[in-house]
Design a protein around this ligand. Structure first.
Ligand SMILES: Cc1ncc(C[n+]2csc(CCOP(=O)(O)OP(=O)(O)O)c2C)c(N)n1
Ligand SMILES: [Mg+2]
Length: 372
């Protein structure tokens, strides 16, 4: 493993010579493919819903499915996750019900965050998924701290922080990497290098030849892995996890991938990205590469994929319909969950609000798309 050379297992598309990483059975490989394929279909649906004006905001991860699922598959249930906003694929892989995704997109009464969180910023305590924080990089220090706490308690839990190439320019990247290495804390730093921080290209972000080599200065291993190769990502993460659990400290993993879509539903990459660059990465599509490899190993058939697609589209349609037809949270829930005992001043405001709704009908819907 190396901070400058790139770990690859899958061959170029259409070839199938790559080995199977230790511990993976055919059922695991099929589960990985299913998760990647589902993410792609979900993202297409999410973007369409936003374009139709039915939801305000969506963050797809087109092209990054291998980078995410390879890592997700290497984690243990007890591990603690500090994700970024582009990782719903991993929550679903860990068993989160799809309806939570759409309930959050609509911010309806069934949404676990009661419609108060920014869209796409999920919190799933049942899978140790910490609430996503929007300021770039802040989760890196949280992950280092949680890893240190697990270490003090003697838990065999590993803390995972996700961030992008842009996230490495944050102060928190320095503080988190530094202290995790000093403490030899069981932390894995996942840098998804998708080549863009919204419209800022990778070469404007860092003068280092690779992101993985930044690990050397902090005193931890840095691993550079082909992020469009799900097997290589899995293997790199598995090894990093084994090191962490064995008390050998943190690892920085750079998954080299490409954002084959917009940053979010609010920007248009054709304004800042050349068609040629996009097309060169389209040829390395992680789903196409894995499909070709599985086909060569006779694990994949067109019939299987066709059936999967039909089931998945039906599942997505059911979840969309349910979320869209669920009403918004009752307006007076706005006052819940902050105070154990609501102060008199807020109780007065709550009464005034309820009174106003009774007199005027409802609060005005300001409409409009999410501004980010
Ligand atoms: C501290 C801070 N600065 C700026 C932003 C606005 N912002 C949101 S996403 C983003 C780009 C992040 O890029 P990267 O870390 O590469 O992650 P990616 O979106 O590519 O996965 C920026 C600048 C922010 N959320 N927080
Ligand atoms: Mg990026």
């Amino acid at each position: 493993m190396s901070a400058t050379k790139m770990l690859q297992i899958l061959d170029a598309p259409g070839k199938d010579k790559g080995r199977t990483p230790a511990g993976l059975k055919n059922d695991d490989l099929k589960a990985m493919f299913r998760a990647m394929f589902f993410t792609r279909l979900l993202d297409q649906r999410g973007m369409n819903l936003q374009r139709q004006g039915r939801i305000g905001f969506y963050v797809p991860s087109f092209g990054q499915e291998a980078s995410q699922i390879g890592a997700g598959y290497a984690m243990a249930d007890e591990d603690i996750l500090f994700p970024s906003y582009r990782l719903i694929s991993i929550a679903l892989l860990r068993g989160i019900d799809l309806r939570h995704v759409f309930n959050q997109a609509w911010g309806n009464a069934e949404d676990v965050c009661k419609g108060r969180q920014m869209p796409n910023h999920y919190a799933f305590p049942e899978i140790n998924w910490q609430s996503i924080s929007s300021p770039i990089g802040t989760q890196i220090t949280h992950a280092a701290g949680a890893a240190r706490a697990a270490q003090i308690r003697g838990d065999k839990r590993v803390s995972w922080a996700w961030f992008g190439d842009g996230g490495t320019s944050s102060n928190d990247f320095h503080a988190g990497m530094n202290f995790a290495a000093v403490w030899k804390a069981p932390c894995i730093f996942m840098c998804e290098n998708n080549h863009w921080a919204i419209s800022v290209p990778q070469e404007m972000q860092s003068a280092s030849a690779t992101f993985a080599e930044k690990a050397v200065a902090y005193g931890m291993p840095g691993v550079r892995v082909d992020g469009n190769d799900v097997l290589a990502v899995y293997e790199a993460c598995r090894e990093a996890r084994d090191r962490a659990v064995a008390g050998k400290g943190p690892t920085l993993i750079e998954t080299v991938t490409f954002r084959m879509g917009p940053h979010s539903s609010s920007d248009d990459p054709s304004k800042y990205q050349s068609k040629e660059l996009f097309e060169s990465w389209q040829k390395k599509d992680p789903i196409d590469r894995f499909r070709a490899w599985m086909k060569g190993k006779r694990i994949w058939t067109q019939k299987w994929e066709d059936e999967l697609k039909e089931q998945m589209l039906a599942e997505i349609a059911t979840a969309v319909e349910a979320a869209e037809s669920t009403p918004a949270p009752a307006i007076d829930t706005l006052f819940d969950d902050v105070w154990a005992e609501i102060p008199a001043m807020l109780l007065e405001q709550k009464a005034a609000l309820i009174d106003q709704i009774r007199r005027t009908g409802d609060i005005e819907d300001t409409g409009g798309a999410f501004p980010l």
